[in-house]
Design a protein around this ligand. Structure first.
Ligand SMILES: [Zn+2]
Length: 90
């Protein structure tokens, strides 16, 4: 029997014998996320999330995509306001 219980980082359910789990890892410094099957990775590593199935994987991917889009919009707005500052000085 497993010594530690694996919990989904999206919905909080516990891993059982037959369900198909995934892992994801996100590098906060980059706009990149990776997913993998969770066949061998059951130890908790920093930055690795456990996902109980496709539904939670989709949820996590949607959240990541929304954050990535927001970050791009903020970066574009910051760049635009820098441009405006320069034109106001003229
Ligand atoms: Zn889940």
């Amino acid at each position: 029997m497993e010594s530690s219980l694996i919990t989904c980082d999206v919905c909080g359910c516990h891993k059982r014998e037959v369900n198909h789990w995934f892992t994801s890892k996100r590098n906060p410094g980059r706009s990149k996320i990776t997913f993998d099957t969770a066949n061998a990775i059951y130890r908790s590593k920093s930055g690795v999330k456990h996902i109980c199935g496709i539904q939670c994987l989709n949820k996590l991917l949607s959240q990541w995509a929304m954050r990535a889009i927001e970050a791009e919009i903020k970066a574009a707005a910051a760049k635009k306001s820098e441009g405006n500052d320069e034109s106001e000085r003229v």
